[in-house]
Ligand binder design. Structure first.
Ligand code: NDP
Length: 259
């Protein structure tokens, strides 16, 4: 299937590693140029260089904190310099660990800024660039936790639920400008962060920890690879998914317990 993405410009936040990097690679494989962002300059630069070498597309980088207005502004300016974005994937984010009783206000605000305000600020301005090019697509990377919470991370669950609702509200506005907005809710995706946690808990036997997590939560009894999720995301952002608007798609190996 030709995804019709050649020479489009895709902006992906949190693209130096994990899911964001997988999505950037999957876009590049389709001939799409990518703007990759993360806070750590060295890591995002190295990831972009590898993509340019492998796929012969332009891979620009922005080192900024998307939980701040200035960090978002830097990305918007950069994308404009490349002729404007056609696609935006709001991916940067991270898990949390707290109880509602103990977590301070500042922690709530930090996660609100990272998971919600980054998407608000970036989509608002990147939409202007997309409209000038005739339209585009946006994808919010929320989580299965947006609808089915994990007990140890209430702040993560709540802010991801807010992102899911933001995606829906945004889609209603944006489709009038020929910009499609959707959300993806991944389940267990095997990224470096999961492996790090597993190593901390089990040392050399870290794989057994991941298997236990998968057995407990996902009927498919395994984690997804980053590529399994990334391919789905790239399809959703492509013109081949032209009738998908304002939807939330679970990529979770059956982890969602409701219909
Ligand atoms: P990783 O920790 O592997 O990667 C996170 C990326 O985001 C890195 O590039 C990181 O770079 C960047 N990032 C983090 N904070 C900021 C910030 N404030 N500003 C800019 N960039 C930032 O995470 P995953 O790939 O596992 O997760 C990616 C997204 O997918 C997250 O939103 C997560 O909630 C969601 N998700 C993940 C699942 C999983 O099982 N892995 C399941 C469901 C959802 P740097 O630190 O240099 O800034």
């Amino acid at each position: 299937m030709d995804l019709q993405l050649k020479d489009k410009v895709a902006v992906i936040t949190g693209a130096s590693k994990g899911i964001g990097l997988g999505i950037a690679r999957a876009f590049a494989q389709e001939g799409c140029h990518v703007v990759m962002t993360a806070r750590t300059q060295g890591e995002v630069d190295a990831a972009a260089m590898a993509i340019e070498r492998e796929f012969h597309v332009k891979a620009a980088t922005v080192a900024s904190d998307v939980s701040t207005a200035e960090g978002c502004e830097a990305i918007i300016t950069h994308a404009a310099g490349l002729g404007g974005a056609d696609i935006f994937v709001s991916n940067a984010g991270t898990g949390s660990n707290e109880t509602v009783a103990d977590a301070p206000d500042e922690k709530w605000m930090d996660y609100w800024n990272l998971h919600v305000m980054a998407a608000v600020r970036l989509s608002r301005r990147l939409a202007d660039q997309m409209e000038k090019k005739g339209g585009g697509a946006m994808l919010m990377n929320a989580s299965i936790c947006a609808v089915q919470p994990l007990w140890y991370e209430p702040i993560y669950n709540v802010t991801k639920a807010a992102l899911l609702m933001f995606g829906k509200c945004l889609s209603n506005e944006m489709i009038k400008r020929n910009i499609r907005v959707n959300t993806v809710n991944p389940g267990l995706i095997r990224t470096g962060d999961w492996v790090k946690t597993a190593r901390e808990l089990r040392g050399e036997a870290w794989e057994s920890y991941l298997q236990e997590v998968a057995d407990e939560h996902a009927p498919i009894r395994r984690f997804a690879t980053v590529e399994e999720l990334a391919d789905f995301c790239v399809f959703l952002c492509s013109p081949r998914a032209s009738y998908s608007v304002g939807s939330a798609y679970h990529v979770d190996g059956g982890m969602l317990k409701t219909v």
